[in-house]
Structures are given as C-alpha cells and as structure tokens.
Design a protein. Structure first.
Length: 192
C-alpha cells in the first residue's frame, strides 16, 4: 500500500556503524517505490549518505547538505591525570588490546593504523555517494568533506532542487493521488 517513501532529514550526521549497509538496501529500493529525500534543514555526513540513496534530493533554501568525510578522535588525558597524581595501569592480553586508550599518548604506529581504517571508511563513503548520485568519485573527493548551502549543493550535484518542505511534501503526496485518480478513471472507462 506504500506509494512512495519520503525521507525528511534534519541531522548533522552520525555513526558509520550500520550506515553503509542501510544505504545499500535503500538504494536497492530505487525503481520499486519513488524515494525522495528532503533536507529540511540539514543532511550532513551519515545523514547525507542516507539522503543520497533517494531518487531525488530536495533542500530548503536555508538548508545544507554534504560533509562526505569520516572522523574519529583520540583524547589523551595522561598529563591531566599525572597532574592529579592518578596513574592508570592496564592489565590485558593481546598486544593491541589497549591501543588508542585515552590514558596515554597515542603511539605513531597506532595512529597510522587508525588513519588507515579512516581512509578505508572514507573511500567506501565516497564510493557510495558517487554511485547514488551518479557522479564521479573524484568529484565527491574534491568536496573535501565540505558542507554546501542550497545553491552550492546544486552546483556540486549533491541536491537536485531547492524547495519548501511543506510544498514539496504536498506535491509528492498529490502525485500519488493523481495516479490513483488516473487508475480509477481507466478502470471506469474499461467497465463502460
């Protein structure tokens, strides 16, 4: 009974975990049901990857999209703890079990491994957005995880149109009502 799928998004983004699989499944729905994403007001990072799975992305005049990038961080509390006279002692098994913990400086080798993982996730993200939007991966990488206002989003092909959410939802809903009216008219004409 579902006639179409409206993704109304207002999010700064979120976690990578589960996102790529979700977006792939949504992308596979293209052609089965019309899918429109509405960036009202924002669809950044993980939220943008979800929007990119839609057939069309509409952004409000004051909205924005983008931030195709991946982020993690390491916080080093070791100096603060030392100043307070606090020592942390790890008891663990497995050489890498405490890699990246916040209680000691980040060793360069650990940092390099974390960066490698971030680069892999970034390549995956870029590929998903390029596929979903039908644009070249180089063009997506060239954005350098920047965010784009409505007009700029059109220029970089991260959105298809600018529109007011209320008007766009009304038009999207009306398109199904019109299809039902046309179907009913065809059935009535056939019966006549």
């Amino acid at each position: 009974d579902v006639k179409g799928i409206a993704l109304i998004i207002d999010s700064p983004g979120g976690m990578v975990a589960g996102n790529y699989d979700l977006v792939d499944r949504m992308f596979e729905m293209r052609g089965k049901k019309p899918i429109k994403a509405f960036a009202a007001e924002s669809a950044y990072s993980a939220a943008y990857s979800i929007a990119s799975a839609a057939d069309e992305i509409i952004v409000t005049r004051s909205g924005g999209v983008g931030s195709v990038g991946v982020l993690t961080m390491h916080v080093d509390y070791s100096d603060a703890l030392e100043a307070q006279g606090v020592k942390v002692t790890f008891i663990f098994a497995g050489k890498h079990k405490v890699d990246g913990n916040p209680y000691e400086p980040l060793p360069e080798g650990v940092r390099a491994r974390i960066q490698e993982r971030i680069d892999t996730l970034y390549s995956e993200f870029v590929g998903i957005v390029a596929r979903n939007r039908g644009i070249d991966e180089k063009a997506v990488r060239k954005t350098e995880a920047d965010v784009f206002d409505a007009n700029s989003a059109l220029e970089v092909q991260f959105a298809d149109r600018i529109g007011a959410l209320d008007d766009e939802i009304t038009a999207f809903t009306a398109s199904f009502t019109q299809e039902e009216d046309d179907d009913m008219a065809d059935k009535n004409q056939a019966q006549t």
